[in-house]
Design a protein around this ligand. Sequence first.
Ligand code: SF4
Length: 574
Amino acid sequence: MNKRLYRRNIKEKREIGVLHKKKRERFSVALVYPNLYHVGMSNLGFQIVYDLLNKRDDVLAERFFLPYEEEPLRSIESQSCLSSFDLIAFSISFENDYINILKILKLGEVPLLAEQRQSIYPLVIGGGVSVFLNPEPLSLFFDLFLLGEAEQNLDNVIDLLIDSYERFSSKSDLLLFIAKNEPSVYVPSFYKTEYNKDGTISSFYPIQKGIKEKVLIAKKFPLEDVAYSKIISSETEFSDRVVIEMARGCGRSCRFCAAGYIYRPPRYHDFETLTEAIQKALNKKGYVGLLSASIADVPSIDKILAFICEKGGKFSISSIRADAVNLRFLDYMKKAGQRQVTIAPEAGSERLRKVINKHLSEDKIINAVQLIAKKELSLKLYFILGLPTEEWEDVEEILRLIKLIKHCAVKEGAPKGRIIGIRVNVSCFVPKPFTPFQWVHMEEVDELKKKQKWLSKMIGKEGGIRVSFDVPKWAYVQTLLSLGDRRVAHMLLLAHKFNGNWKKAFKYSEFNPDFFVYREKEASELLPWDFMESGINKEYLYKEYKKALSCEESEICTTSPACKKCGVCKFLSL
Ligand code: SF4
């Protein structure tokens, strides 16, 4: 594609709210999202980092995305080359984007391996939630990782980099200086891993003097400003609205959910702060996307929704807890233009919902469905296949529950002659670090396929329900990249070499990926992410895991000041 056509394409993205700066003497950052433009610009975390960087007068940040096939790799703002920046900062939220990181470095003519990059700049740095869950599968490619929430640590690292610009003659000295001065900086080349004969990790320790054993996962506490999408682009999932972060973290303590643990303690804004931010957003667009892992837990949410409706605004929410669905809530949703309500039973059986600590009875699910049908809103349901302890009966229970839901929806809608639409999304369970399921293995791909095939056939017989499934082989890769140690980086490199062909990469790899994906771990095992300090006690997570195995629910996180349950509040000395 020629440059003119490329520029026209960028223009056609029609962005509102972009800051245009000149390079001059500023420290320059290439902020990269390792996926296509529309995916990256729909990610609030990426937008937060962009805003934090460009708020500074001494920094110029420009965005890069995985280019469409015919596009060159150039920054969105000035069409500059990747290697012309002082810092290349990747914002990484999903494991399946890892392969794109290598693709982008190659397109930008930046050597892939950190050890191959002799000159200090550009420095390659990684951050984002999947990095602070487990950076090890990316360890070969990054000079340093910044662990935790950017509002807490980004400014300090940028200050250190600017203050020490051209002060060090070697990259290693610069990295040492930064790692010593920011507790959430992790430089993989400063640590060594040793292994037992059975392949498990025997030790992980720093090999540089003055480098800490534990690297902190930084958290912003309390949250100050309300984060929202400053740039609105016609080419994103949220092209018509401003996305607002209503809360960070979630207190529900579902045992499979990484966000419910790594972002502890859950943090909320007060009513005044939120409505002030919402008002500003409404002035801009008239439509707000309310982002929260559990919107019903946001204090005064009813009042907030009423506020938006009174102002004549529209809002969207991604999903709502089934036990929080009530007629008032649904009225607000209808008024605000939302046509679909999403609830997530996750499992079909009461037993399995106890295993995952869902605190959700079938009665509550059915009650929610009846109310949604009464209000003539369509329904979307989320289920997960392959959860720990799942038996074939649990899969049958998914079908039974879907049938029951359909029956209730039909019964409620039939007198008015209006049957609501039902969509079902069935994902594959991927065990995540820092959760009670960090010790478990993933369900075998063939078994998942069998279950999916059966469910698809049986739901199909019902008619009127649209169902979609995750692809098990991608869940396998995601699990490998979630749970793997630094040996997995070599597999990633092979997958890149073979153009994303993981099957071929596994064939040529000296390590067996099943070791990371299909192996149940011992309580005493040293896990690849144990060197990071999140504040959560490993013993607490293991207790939760044991409770899960005996179908025992535990209390949710209530963020009460005296709580010492998981250790985070004590760690943060709240
Ligand atoms: S210590 Fe208690 S209140 Fe604090 S995050 Fe953990 S469970 Fe929640």
